[in-house]
Write a protein that binds this ligand. Structure first.
Ligand SMILES: NC(=O)C1=CN([C@@H]2O[C@H](COP(=O)(O)OP(=O)(O)OC[C@H]3O[C@@H](n4cnc5c(N)ncnc54)[C@H](OP(=O)(O)O)[C@@H]3O)[C@@H](O)[C@H]2O)C=CC1
Ligand SMILES: O=C([O-])CC(=O)C(=O)O
Length: 437
């Protein structure tokens, strides 16, 4: 069954149905900016003009002719003038970006940055495939309407759906943000299991329908182990293409080092976050540099580095939640943009960036088979290589061993979701997500 386009009211009606009946809802609400000067079919054009003219939300109309696929929505139906057409000739091929948890807080910042060209530049048109759920479908429509009202020249298509097998079709980037937050009294093992199921399903869907070289950025927590689960369920996609977001931690570490040294934060480089996006993460001040000098030559207060600095970065998310009542959304979105940019632009000479990536084959002696944040460099082709010229001391190694042990325990806890046998949960008691206090 196909819909010409959906409205809040129509979607609502359907949302009361059994989930097996819902897949057609992902027969996306598509907003296509038109590339040609060819006039729109009269009937569709007329219907949409009507909804715009009456100043209402997009009106639900089931296709009279079921074969007509939706091509445009509201203002997106307007054809471009010749000047705009000439401009688009120099544009690159459309890039398909999927975002899950698209009605959530992080996404609400991220989508607008991506559509403005912050990652891929001013000549890269973009299509958004937004994944929501029964819960969030109506909110997703609201998000889509805001995108519509933003008049982004680069945003050529927006589709929304709740079936990852449809939403992930041909996507070249999958930004997996949606995850259940840890509620009061919920065990970490339960959180791993509930979210793990989401990421196992999404991994399978990516494996089945996404571009074979899709880059997957897992943000939803616990992001390292979610990324591992997703990857293990997508055997046809290179393991190297999966990332867990630790760039926010890197940015937080840079900020604290700059503050202590009294320099602007662009003077801080070579910061690695090692390990898990949790309170065991290790912000590496041994290899980091300020104005090109080793941090320890600029900040002589070793006690501050080992204790205060490290803990500040590890728990920054929780302190922020205490102040603001909600978790970091804007700075997380900024860090996702940074992380993506680091993969599509060459890393500046001598520097690197942190990302949670698969450890198999790593040169540091970190246990194989987990997703662990490590220092990476990229040629800007979407791929990365691990940095070899880093040094370790006793302090750093001890901390790395602790975060590694936590990730190995998380891995045992989700063995049933990675195809590695029976799960056994012996998670360390004293560690948390950065946002937990
Ligand atoms: N790696 C990092 O650096 C950071 C990671 N995070 C993590 O990112 C994730 C998203 O954060 P944020 O956007 O602020 O969160 P929000 O609560 O605003 O949005 C989360 C989205 O997750 C989806 N979701 C999926 N399953 C469930 C479920 N069972 N119960 C409730 N919601 C669910 C919901 O969308 P839908 O209904 O459409 O599925 C919801 O819109 C969280 O896991 C958070 O911990 C946050 C900050 C930093
Ligand atoms: O714990 C959370 O949900 C928030 C988080 O990851 C962070 O702030 O780094």
């Amino acid at each position: 069954m196909a819909l010409a386009y959906l409205s809040p009211s129509y979607a609502n009606t359907q949302l009361h149905l059994h989930s097996s009946q819902l897949s057609f809802l992902s027969t996306h609400l598509s907003f296509h900016r038109r590339h040609s000067l060819r006039p729109l079919p009269r009937t569709r054009n007329a219907r949409i003009s009507c909804s715009v003219a009456s100043n209402e939300a997009p009106v639900a109309v089931q296709a009279q002719d079921q074969k007509i696929k939706p091509e445009c929505f509201g203002v997106f139906c307007t054809t471009y003038d010749l000047k705009a057409e000439e401009e688009t000739k120099s544009w690159k091929k459309l890039i398909n970006i999927a975002v899950s948890g698209a009605a959530g807080m992080i996404s609400n910042h991220l989508l607008f940055k991506l559509a403005a060209g912050e990652v891929f530049g001013p000549d890269q048109p973009i299509a958004f495939k937004l994944l929501g759920s029964e819960r969030s479908f109506q909110a997703l429509e609201g998000v889509a309407m805001e995108l519509e009202d933003s008049l982004f020249p680069l945003l050529r298509e927006v589709s929304i759906g709740i079936d990852p097998y449809e939403v992930f079709q041909d996507v070249e980037w999958a930004l997996l943000i949606g995850a259940k937050p840890r509620g009061p009294g919920m065990e970490r093992a339960d959180l791993l299991d509930i979210n793990g199921q989401i990421f196992a399903e999404q991994g399978k869907a990516l494996n089945a329908v996404a571009s074979r070289n899709v880059k997957v950025m897992v943000v939803g927590n616990p992001c390292n182990t979610n990324a591992l689960i997703c990857m293990k369920n997508a055997p046809n996609i290179p393991a190297k293409n999966f990332h867990a977001l630790t760039r926010l931690d890197e940015n937080r570490a840079k900020c604290q080092l700059a503050l202590k040294a009294g320099v602007f934060y662009d003077k801080v480089s070579n910061v690695t976050i090692w390990g898990n996006h949790s309170t065991t993460q290790v912000p590496d001040f041994l290899n980091a540099r300020i104005n090109g000098l080793p941090v320890k030559e600029v900040i002589k207060d070793i006690k501050w580095l080992e204790e205060e600095f490290t803990e500040k970065v590890q728990k920054r998310g929780g302190v922020l939640i205490q102040k603001w009542g909600r978790s970091s959304a804007a700075s997380t979105a900024v860090s996702i943009v940074d992380a993506m940019k680091s993969l599509v632009t060459p890393t500046p000479e001598g520097d690197w960036f942190s990302s949670g990536v698969y450890t198999t084959g790593n040169p540091y002696g970190v246990a194989e088979g987990i997703v662990f944040s490590m220092p990476c460099r990229s040629k800007g082709d979407g791929d990365y290589e691990l940095v070899k010229d880093v040094i370790f001391d006793e302090y750093l190694l001890k901390r790395i061993t602790k975060t590694e042990a936590e990730l190995l325990a998380e891995k045992r806890c989700v063995a049933h979701l990675t195809g590695e046998g029976i799960a056994f949960c012996d998670l360390p008691e004293d560690t948390m997500l950065p946002g937990e206090m």
